[in-house]
Design a protein around this ligand. Structure first.
Ligand SMILES: Cc1ncc(COP(=O)(O)O)c(C=O)c1O
Length: 371
């Protein structure tokens, strides 16, 4: 029925899923009733190619994006697959940040392109080293159309790329023709202040494609997101054969979302979950501090934690599971697997504060077993 598998006895910090009790079941049902009344049969027929106007207009206003630059998708993963399939192909090189969202690797690899790790340091993608790498690859005759990154409240690190690097990456993209594929999934989930400006905003839409989603702010089961791109790419998306045949992606859900946002339910819900996820972050950070050096991320769903010297994440994982908790080992987030052996990703999104505190105690016990 659902993707999450509960393993009895395990308080799992591995899943980047919402806390079930925070999903807006009643509010969504209410929006569904309003949408049925408001749109009638128009909600149940084929939708317009780029998405229903009420939702596209709300997105454009909210994200301060000009008309003609939004295409509604079935989530960020879908947007990623569509954009990558249009911009990259066999024998191309797609650069990916390191570490970065591991499930993007398979989506990007489906294009047939070769994935390579983009240079990065503790602050994130390194524009100078990237400039050199790009020149070398192109001198070898490789086509390098894309760099994929999650610059804001990232998965897995929780960190945000500094402003000077954002500007330098945008300048590199605009002079080199490399497209920055900005996965902006966590933008709305800032806990200590607003998110930094997106690459998309800094670039004025030139050289950047942005992926957005309602998966983290409303619900992943809706399968609803969007792509922001320059009009020629939006035109290619709307002209795709399956859009021509099937109409706008996920039309009924997109129209319901237009009612959800128009009623104020979206803003109310995001305010609630921001407070809840902030409390979950704080609970996990506080409970881990006696055991591990943790820094609270400014947003998103994840802690990226360095293990004591000499302790490999995979060795700790086996011990953690014996103690009744789990996590994702850091190496999964490096496309070449070379890195992150001494890091772990802990998600604070899925469990309530009391369970997070207990999971941290179990992890502490597993660390003590490892000493
Ligand atoms: C960075 C990032 N991008 C995309 C996704 C998936 O988004 P969607 O459910 O909208 O496909 C996730 C979910 O974990 C994510 O962390």
């Amino acid at each position: 029925m659902i993707q999450f598998e509960h393993r009895p006895g395990i308080l799992d910090l591995g899943w980047g899923h919402p806390r079930p009790g925070l999903l807006p079941v009643q509010e969504w049902a209410a929006a569904g009733a309003v949408a049925a009344r408001e749109f009638g049969w128009r909600q149940l027929t084929y939708g317009s190619a780029a998405g229903p106007a009420p939702l596209v207009e709300w997105l454009s206003a909210r994200l301060r994006t000009a008309a003609g630059r939004t295409f509604v998708t079935g989530g960020a993963s879908h947007g990623l697959a569509l954009v990558a399939s249009l911009l990259a192909g066999r024998d191309d090189v797609i650069l990916v940040d390191s570490p970065t969202y591991h499930l993007a690797f398979r989506i990007l690899a489906d294009t047939g392109a070769r994935l390579m790790r983009a240079p990065a340091d503790a602050a994130g993608a390194d524009p100078d080293a990237l400039t050199r790498m790009l020149a070398t690859l192109r001198a070898e005759g490789r086509r390098v159309p894309l760099l994929y990154l999650v610059p804001t409240f990232a998965n897995p690190t929780g960190r945000s790329l500094p402003l000077d690097r954002r500007r330098a990456l945008v300048a590199l993209a605009q002079r080199s023709g490399l497209t920055l594929l900005e996965d902006d999934t966590y933008r709305e989930l800032g806990y200590d202040g607003p998110a930094p400006p997106s690459l998309w905003d800094l670039a004025g839409g030139d050289g950047v494609v942005r992926l957005g989603t309602f998966a983290k702010t409303v619900a992943p089961g809706l399968r609803l997101g969007w792509v922001n791109a320059a009009p020629p790419l939006i035109a290619r998306l709307t002209a795709l054969g399956y859009v021509d045949s099937g109409g706008g992606v996920n039309h009924a859900v997109a129209t319901t979302m237009s009612c959800f946002v128009a009623s104020g339910a979206y803003d109310r819900h995001v305010a609630v979950i921001r407070a809840e996820y902030r409390a979950q972050r704080d609970a996990l950070v506080a409970a881990l501090r006696p055991h591990l050096p943790v820094t609270a991320p400014g947003g998103g769903w994840f802690l990226w934690v360095a293990l004591p010297p000499g302790l490999a994440a995979t060795r700790l994982l086996a011990r953690a599971e014996r103690r009744g908790t789990s996590f994702v080992p850091g190496s999964r987030f490096y496309v070449d697997g070379a890195g992150g052996a001494d890091r772990i990703r802990l998600s604070f999104s899925h469990l309530a504060p009391a369970d997070l505190t207990e999971a941290a105690a179990r992890l502490g016990a597993a660390l003590a077993d490892s000493r």
